[in-house]
Design a protein around this ligand. Structure first.
Ligand code: AMP
Ligand code: MG
Length: 425
């Protein structure tokens, strides 16, 4: 048996980011840039007003105050989007709106609050500073400035910054197209009638959700019968269409465990026993002309989930050029439980808070890796090291979170408020 870290290191050493592609900015959401991006333009693009008010020549307002307002005639209105270049003659003002271009000759804006707001002959009650309420061209960004360094994940703010800077396309690590294949004659696709001896294929849709959640692009969720020819054919088709392939089932020691049989000796494929519980039988390799990483995960749903979190998620992130890693936390065991000797044990736990505010964890359901029911209430996997045979109540553990921390904290907060309301009432 090899350790979890040994297997993870070997997987990550073989996984490369997918080839870069150039995409329109809006379609690059969630993807990681491969080159520095610089602004094409100055921002703001032109001098404009930051307030609704009047564009003025300061010299005309010498000594103006609330007690001694200066009244000047309005030459016209400049709205945001006005494309003509207006000129401000001495002794006049332009009524101007936020974002409208400054008329030539104006050197300040008096905001409407410092006037009576009159449309034609306003009383102006201040002598503004030079450049007051003017947003100068280029004061935010200069043409050529770095907007987004290589390795940035494109999100809402990045999209706004890029498009404002005149950038319409970006080069990013391509979307990771993931194919998922469930194997086993006993499986029935969700929604179809389940006959005697059959079960619903839950791994396929579960992995689909996990892959999406990790930022992958699911291109195929399929099912393979326990048939050597069909397995071979489908797996090879996927190597042409996907950037990462995940199979579940068919890698144990059973007579019909054909995935292992079909893939043995292909590419860098290796089938190993990892010192972990659940998830011991793991297969991984890089296959085909396009060096596609292939994971063959054990079929028990809990083993599939744990294997995904421990090996596939980090590999998927690496393939996407991302580097955020697993969501980890620490928590204290509320009760004791047994842990597999000589194996790193991942126990599904529910997270609560202890009186000090720390995470307190208790097992969600039994230890069997076929137990799907408790998956719905598990918030995290509590990790106990191979040398630990028994987790004792009160011990502190590493947690691999199965939900965003904010979601767990929001639930705990809501439950805490419920308790208080109960006490008050
Ligand atoms: P296997 O690794 O093929 O021997 O499967 C191990 C166990 O996991 C068996 O009880 C299977 O029925 C179950 N299993 C395999 N694949 C799935 C799946 N896609 N969804 C739910 N259970 C599965
Ligand atoms: Mg099977």
């Amino acid at each position: 048996m090899i350790s979890v870290d040994e297997h993870l290191d070997s997987v990550l050493a073989q996984v490369e980011p997918v080839a870069p592609v150039t995409l329109p900015v809006r379609r690059a959401q969630g993807l990681v840039t491969t080159a520095d991006v610089h602004s094409r333009v100055d921002l703001p693009r032109f001098d404009n007003s930051s307030m609704d008010g009047y564009a003025v020549r300061r010299a005309d307002l010498e000594g103006a105050s609330s007690e001694n307002p200066v009244v000047l005639p309005v030459a016209g209105d400049v709205a945001a989007g006005d494309q003509s270049q207006h000129v401000l003659a001495p002794g006049q003002v332009w009524r101007i709106m936020t974002g409208a271009p400054m008329p030539e000759g104006a050197d300040a804006v008096v905001k409407v609050e410092d006037t009576d707001g009159h449309p034609h002959e306003p009383q102006l009650r201040v002598h503004p500073d030079e450049g007051a309420h003017i947003r100068r061209a280029g004061e935010d960004v200069r043409a050529g400035d770095l907007i987004l360094p290589a390795g940035s994940r494109v999100g809402a703010g990045e999209i706004a910054a890029l498009l404002s800077s005149g950038v319409t396309e970006v080069e990013v690590v391509g979307p990771v197209r993931v194919a998922i294949l469930s194997t086993g004659d006993e499986l029935v696709p969700a929604g179809e009638p389940v006959g005697p001896g059959q079960i619903v294929d839950s791994n396929g849709p579960m992995l689909e959700a996990l892959v999406r959640d990790a930022g992958g692009h699911v291109v195929h969720v399929g099912h393979l019968p326990d048939d050597e020819g069909a397995t071979k054919k489908q797996l090879h088709r996927m190597l042409d269409h996907a950037d990462l392939v995940i199979t579940t089932g068919g890698v144990s020691k059973g007579e019909f465990d054909l995935v292992k049989k079909v893939l043995t000796g292909q590419g860098s494929m290796e089938f190993v026993e990892v010192a972990m519980q659940p998830g011991k039988p793991q297969g991984f390799g890089v296959l085909g002309r396009r060096d596609v990483p292939v994971f063959t995960l054990p079929g028990n749903p809990v083993s599939t989930l744990v294997s995904f979190e421990v090996f596939v998620r980090p590999a998927l992130q690496r393939r996407a050029g991302r580097r955020e890693g697993a969501q980890l936390a620490r928590g204290f065991a509320t009760t004791g439980w047994r842990s597999s000797p000589d194996r790193q044990t991942y126990t599904r736990v529910r997270v609560d808070r202890d009186p000090t505010g720390a995470y307190a964890v208790s097992p969600a359901g039994g230890a069997g890796s076929h137990l799907v029911g408790p998956l719905a209430v598990a918030d995290a996997l509590a990790i106990s090291e191979p040398e630990v045979n028994e987790v004792s109540a009160g011990s502190e553990l590493d947690l691999l979170l199965l939900r965003p921390r904010a979601e767990i904290d929001a639930r705990l907060h809501a439950e805490g408020q419920g308790d208080e309301a109960g006490e008050d009432g």
